[in-house]
Design a protein around this ligand. Structure first.
Ligand SMILES: C[S@@+](CC[C@H](N)C(=O)[O-])C[C@H]1O[C@@H](n2cnc3c(N)ncnc32)[C@H](O)[C@@H]1O
Length: 222
């Protein structure tokens, strides 16, 4: 690994970036405040800011794993104002709460279609889920870790050339690299295999940003 003069960004650098950034949207702050006590794992704030930036110019987005809609809202705020998102999560009690925060942020209901089914079931029932037909300019994956590879295979036929596929948690809190020990039966092995496969997959040009819990970025060659 090469770094410039040995520089590795620290928590001080990260804090400066946050202090210089545009204020967090109040609806995102409310989701952050609600997710902790309810034990809902949502995207790290820094990763959310990256998602917002990467959504710029991407009109058609699909997301796997909505929860309280934090990542959905990050993308909706970065998209063109006529952009749409199809987001999948079988837990309706979570996505109903998400809708309230999206409305609070002024996102019209018609821009975000929620599919309350397991993602692989929803993708397989394409005729019954018009919101998932595609083509999509960006796909964000953040649901069951052992299904990440299957989500990518279901999404690839629905991608526009040049689309971005993004997946969260790909460093799994240091367990994928071995910096921290993994536990029996956790998702470490499956995520390591997923990362290695996508990083060398000729259909993509891919890398991993070491922010949050690790954000995989894969540009679809089309
Ligand atoms: C890590 S949370 C998503 C967080 C969200 N992306 C965010 O950052 O705000 C994972 C979500 O995946 C959902 N989920 C579980 N099984 C799923 C499946 N088979 N298909 C789609 N979503 C699933 C869970 O209900 C949970 O809300």
């Amino acid at each position: 690994m090469t770094t410039r003069g040995g520089f590795v960004p620290s928590v001080v650098d990260r804090a400066w970036i946050e202090s210089a950034a545009a204020p967090l949207h109040p609806a995102l702050a409310e989701i952050e405040a609600a997710a902790g006590p309810d034990g809902i794992p949502i995207l790290d704030r820094e990763a959310g800011r990256v998602l917002t930036a990467l959504a710029a110019g991407r009109r058609r987005i699909v997301e796997v794993g909505t929860a309280f809609g934090y990542s959905t809202l990050c993308m909706a705020l970065g998209q063109p104002t006529d952009g749409t998102i199809a987001t999948i999560d079988p837990d309706r009690s979570r996505t109903d709460r998400a809708r309230g925060w999206w409305r609070q942020a002024g996102i019209p209901d018609g821009r975000i279609a929620v599919v309350n089914r397991p993602a692989l079931v929803a993708f397989a029932a394409a005729a019954g889920e018009p919101a998932l037909a595609g083509p999509f300019d960006l796909a964000f994956i953040d649901a069951l870790k052992n299904e990440y590879a299957a989500y990518v295979e279901a999404i690839v036929p629905r991608l526009a050339p040049g689309a971005l596929v993004i997946a969260d948690n790909v460093l799994w809190a240091g367990r994928v690299s071995g910096e921290r020990p993994s536990g029996p039966g956790d998702a470490t092995d499956v995520l390591r295999a997923f990362d290695s496969a996508i990083l060398r997959d000729p259909r993509f040009t891919a890398t991993i940003l070491p922010i949050g819990d690790g954000l995989l970025l894969a540009g679809f060659r089309g």
